[in-house]
Each structure stands twice: as C-alpha cells, then as structure tokens.
Design a protein around this ligand. Sequence first.
Ligand SMILES: *[C@@H]1O[C@H](CO)[C@@H](O)[C@H](O)[C@H]1NC(C)=O
Ligand SMILES: *[C@@H]1O[C@H](CO)[C@@H](O)[C@H](O)[C@H]1NC(C)=O
Ligand SMILES: *[C@@H]1O[C@H](CO)[C@@H](O)[C@H](O)[C@H]1NC(C)=O
Length: 314
Amino acid sequence: MNLYSFVLMALMGVPGSGAKVQISWTGDVTAGFSTTFTCSSSCSPNCIYTWLLKDRTVKGSTLTWTPDGRENTVDLQCTVLNPETGGFSSTISTVEIKNPLSVQVSPPNTVPFLKQALDLVCHQDKSGDLQEPSNPIWFKDGQKVTLRNNMQLLQNNLTLHFDTPLPSDAGFYQCETSLRQTRVLSLGYLLSFDLWNVTISGPDTVFLDRLYQFTCLSSCILNDDCTVKWHFKSGFPIGTYFSVHRNVLKWTPSRPGTFQNFTCIAENAAAGRSAQTTKMVEVKGTPLSGSQTGQLGGLPTMILSLGLLMLFHS
Ligand SMILES: *[C@@H]1O[C@H](CO)[C@@H](O)[C@H](O)[C@H]1NC(C)=O
Ligand SMILES: *[C@@H]1O[C@H](CO)[C@@H](O)[C@H](O)[C@H]1NC(C)=O
Ligand SMILES: *[C@@H]1O[C@H](CO)[C@@H](O)[C@H](O)[C@H]1NC(C)=O
C-alpha cells in the first residue's frame, strides 16, 4: 500500500474494506473521574489499535483517562491496523468534558463592588458520593494567588475572602484541588468591578420597506469576554427581511403602527456574568417629507446596478 492510499483510507475510514472504526464509552466524561474508552473494528480480535490523545500515543483497544479540567473538549483518535490485510483506518471523536469544579461568588449572584467584602468559593457540584475537594490552590490570571493584607483563606482554603477588594484584585480566578487522586483545575470566575454596559445602536423610528441595521455594543470584548444574544420577548420582528449575525441585526419592517422591542444580552456563562438592554423601535407607515434622503440615495445605486447588469449582458 502506498502512502497516498494510506492517507485516503485514514480519511475515509475505508468504506468497503469493512474496517469501520468505532470509539465508545459510557456516561459523562468528567474531570477528576476516569473513563474507559473502547475502540472496536471488524478485524477483531486481531486488530492492532493505537490511540492518540493530546500528543500522547497509547496502544491497545481500551484507553483509560482522567481529565484534569484544563480543557472542555478533546479530540480522541483511534487508528486500527488489520494485520491480515495491512489496512489502516482511523476515526476521531470529539469528547466533551464536564467540570464539577468552579469558582463562584458567595452568596451566589452577588455583584462584586469595590471596598465591599467579598468571598470567592471553590465549589464542587454535588454529584455522586464525592468527598470535599482537598488542598485547594487559588490562581488569578493563571498565576498562584499571593495573599496580601485584608485577604484570607478560609474553610480549609476553599474560600478566598477579600475584606476590601481593590481594583487590582480584578482578574480571572480558578482553583485547583484534589478530587480523588487527580488534581483538577476549576472553571474560572472573572472578577470585575465595572458593570458591563450594553447599548443598541440604530434608529428609534423606522419606516416601511427600508433596511435598517441595529448593532449591539458592549463594554466586554465580543467572543472573548462575552458572547451576544438577541431576544424578542414581546414578539419576533415582522418584516420582509430579517437577519442576525452576532451583534448585528438587519431588518426591513412591514407592519406600520407597531412597536418592536429588541433585547441584546451580553453574557459570559462560565464566569456567571451578563448584562442586557432593550431598545423599543416604532414602525411608521410613510417617511416624513424631508427625511427621504435614504430612499433617494437608493436610486443612483439602482441605476448603477442596472448599468453593470447591462454591461455583463452585452
Ligand atoms: C492553605 O493554604 C496555605 C497557604 O497556601 C497552606 O500553607 C495551608 O497548608 C493550606 N491549608 C489547607 C488545609 O490546604
Ligand atoms: C458605558 O457607559 C459609559 C458611561 O455611561 C459610556 O461612556 C460608555 O460609552 C458606555 N460604553 C458602551 C459600550 O456603551
Ligand atoms: C416594549 O418595552 C416597553 C418597555 O421597555 C414596554 O412598555 C412595551 O410594552 C414593549 N412593547 C411591546 C410591543 O411589548
């Protein structure tokens, strides 16, 4: 078998040659808990299996692995060699990893304010018969937290207490603890003292059959700090055109005499933060005289497009 056919077979999983490869496991894959993955193929029992997991190569039909919470998905690859035919085939499963550990404010949903006492707790989801996480270590922005004045570790270090938080305490907090035999890094909490503000740009009054654009502006960094979602609590916008792409909404209204509410929510689910705003837009039938520049502006464009169209046809 030449290299080309090997690569092709690996990509295609060799349909026809019967060497279908399957990765299976039972239950959720959870940080701190071991999961056994099984690779199977039709050359059983003689198949030779090789796993690839995060640059680690392991031989054998099963792989037992305990995630440490540092990632929320991994790509798990199993390659099978059929010694009788010399054929290879391979499959990849993307495995989602649950993390039972997180950093939370205490009490929950407390909004942190400067100079107001604050507790961060290393929280473990109550699932199964787990013992309390032990030997917690706290990290801020990936660095081990060094305690300064007015800052304490309480409850066997599961609580990080600030008497009077300072602006310099803002950052991304994680805890690492031993769950059973494995050190697990928690989901993080973004401690910030400025409330996100969110605004929606765009007109307050719109007219029929024109395309309008509304943009949700947020003080958090889009797709890094936060993601943006639109909600239409009081009814979906009625119109001849409607599209949403991330923080930009485009709409051509078609029902005069109505009000439309757009709600934009900026959130970071992992960090438990969100902010939202609602904009009410009035739909009017005909533009007032003198405000028709938008419509007139469309005319030259149309003539231009017609011209281009004719150019392409000639
Ligand atoms: C708590 O943290 C301190 C400082 O890092 C350490 O000296 C102590 O042993 C820890 N205690 C527990 C119960 O983990
Ligand atoms: C957030 O609010 C401040 C003060 O009200 C304002 O100056 C700033 O432009 C706002 N930022 C955004 C993205 O709306
Ligand atoms: C839109 O929201 C406002 C308050 O923000 C509310 O008074 C109004 O009834 C809402 N409009 C509709 C159509 O639900």
